[in-house]
Write a protein that binds this ligand. Sequence first.
Ligand SMILES: [Zn+2]
Length: 225
Amino acid sequence: MRPSRNRAWGHPYLLGFIKDFSANLASEGYATLLIGDLAQPRGGPMLSGHRSHQLGLDADIWFRPSPPYQLTREQREEWSAETVVASVNAPWVNERFTAREARMIELAAKDRRIARIFVGAPIKKALCEGTPASDRGWLRKVRPWYGHVYHMHVRLECPVGSLACKDQDPPAFDDGCGEELTSWLKPPKPVKPAPPPKPAVKPKEIMLSELPTECLNVLAAPSRR
Ligand SMILES: [Zn+2]
């Protein structure tokens, strides 16, 4: 979605995951996926929108189901994502959060390539409540974060053989349905809560000298469109 953003680029490992994931969902009879941002053509930091999405190992996957036909470029540009949460501060999912969206998150979390999934806290709450005691291991990978009520964010583990790629610390070993979730669901205080980790000022441009040396080779490579 949003082809004009030119953020539909990812590591082959990520593209492989997305294709498998979509096929698995379809094989269970569910509508397939609308894919939001991956990364820029050569990865790297963006001046707006994300702190992650730099390695080609992150994807925003919309909750809104794909229709059973190919969207035009115009539709991909203009269609809106739809929230699956009741309202900004209400800790409940709405009628758009169906068995499909719950299964989407479960399927992704059960994929060994996925390290973490970020969803809004009300979504995590719905999953905590709807998952049987016999099969809760996957909940560990699903963690609340600001926003993420229109899409889920998946982060892959480093592909085997990518020696320069460093995995983040693994998520905590519990299912995340206890105190951590409660802290996310507390009603907002009258004072402004701590800001999300987005810079309030215009982000400073990143200098070439601050990037790893491997990036310089990439930037010096001939352009290919
Ligand atoms: Zn994201």
